[in-house]
Design a binder for this molecule. Structure first.
Ligand code: PMP
Length: 366
């Protein structure tokens, strides 16, 4: 054993791009007001939590989950509006679904491309890379709208197998124009799959889900994370059964654990409670948006999600001031040149939003 040099072992076994890469960074948030990860600040109400605790206590833990996940899938289809004739597969968060789609599409016999407008959710690029695919990012316009001509040109040039379109987009918060989205989906035709990522759909109240029958090369991805269940990690992908079958082949069996399954089924039985929380967060977003727009010297981008992106004079200083006030937000500056001096803040309770606003004001006055 002692003759093995661990650096040599890594050099001999681990892919070069992985060795050169970095671990997905999540800051330690203990003691901080957490406004950096688009979580719902509200818990399930206490009586429901007690009932859920009872269900979890009764869960069968010594057996593998029931592999079909039929009950959970049925509830997702029924409660979240999957059209008749369409089915879902489940992921350990939509993060895993993104990885599953890329793994299934990463051909070995030719260059395979994942394309997305950028700035985008970083896992599109990371999952494409880890699957061995090339990632092509097509810059949004300065107002964060989709650059339809550039998207169509890039599709013609790179012939992507997969295009991710987040609707609303993260980290910009806006909904792309639906006609631009359709132009992209139609341009892909039978050569590419359009994944409409509706992680923030509970706050946008608009969706491509009902258009599934119109566009056979489109699939719709959602998650329970932003609705208030980020901790249980459940994402799902809705699509035509024949296409889903292909993705299902690369999905690890039993990827949804029993506790998640029980908690998700319970939450879906009470989805009206979660929807009401989303509605109050939408009201809070409108208030926060108005308060931000009243501040001089900053640019507020319109949001249809549970976060707001803002351009400040000095994002570094603003984030440092907020950090000193124990408020965590995301500095987007380094992500993309379109995001110079932009910060992203999760919409939270009125109380937390007020703390954020005051700290932001202090950073602007400094
Ligand atoms: N898609 C988008 C656009 C996101 O912003 C996120 C989370 N930040 C995800 C997918 C992943 O969500 P989860 O894995 O929690 O379902």
């Amino acid at each position: 054993n002692s003759t093995i040099d661990i650096d040599n072992l890594i050099a001999n076994t681990i892919r070069e791009d992985v060795r050169a890469g970095h671990i997905y960074k999540v800051p330690d948030a203990s003691g901080y007001m957490k406004l950096d990860a688009m979580e719902n600040p509200y818990e399930l109400p206490d009586p429901l939590r007690r009932e859920l605790a009872q269900r979890l206590a009764e869960a069968v833990l010594n057996r593998y989950p029931v592999a079909s996940y039929a009950t959970l899938k049925q509830k997702l289809r029924a409660k979240l509006g999957v059209p008749a004739g369409y089915d879902v597969i489940l992921g350990n968060g939509s993060d895993e679904i993104i990885s599953i789609v890329c793994t299934a599409a990463a051909r070995q016999d030719k260059r395979s491309v994942v394309l997305a407008p950028v700035p985008a959710f970083v896992m599109f690029q990371r999952s494409a890379q880890f699957a061995g695919m090339d990632f092509v990012g097509v810059p949004l316009k300065a107002d964060f709208s989709l650059d339809r001509a550039a998207m169509l040109a890039a599709i013609a040039e790179h012939k992507p197998s997969v295009v991710f379109l987040a609707y609303p987009n993260n980290p910009t918060g806006n909904l792309f124009d639906a006609d631009d989205m359709v132009a992209v989906i139609e341009a892909l035709g039978e050569h590419g799959i359009a994944v409409v990522d509706e992680a923030y759909q509970p706050f946008a109240r608009t969706s491509f889900m009902e258009r599934l029958p119109q566009y056979p090369n489109m699939v719709v991805m959602r998650t329970l994370s932003k609705l208030g269940l980020a901790g249980i990690r459940l994402g799902y992908l809705a699509a035509a059964p024949l296409l889903l079958e292909q993705f299902d082949k690369v999905r690890p069996p039993y990827n949804i654990n029993v506790l998640t399954q029980v908690a998700a089924e319970f939450a879906l039985d009470h989805v009206d409670v979660l929807n009401a929380q989303a509605a109050s967060l939408n009201a809070a977003r409108a208030e926060l948006d108005a308060a931000l727009r009243a501040l001089p010297g900053i640019e507020v981008f319109p949001s249809s999600a549970n976060f707001i992106t803002v351009r400040v004079p000095d994002a570094e200083r603003t984030c440092a001031t907020l950090f000193a006030e124990k408020v965590l937000i995301k500095n987007l500056s380094k992500m993309h040149e379109l995001l110079a001096n932009c910060i992203r803040v999760t919409v939270s309770t009125p109380e937390e939003n007020a703390v954020f606003l005051n700290a932001l004001k202090a950073s602007l006055d400094a």
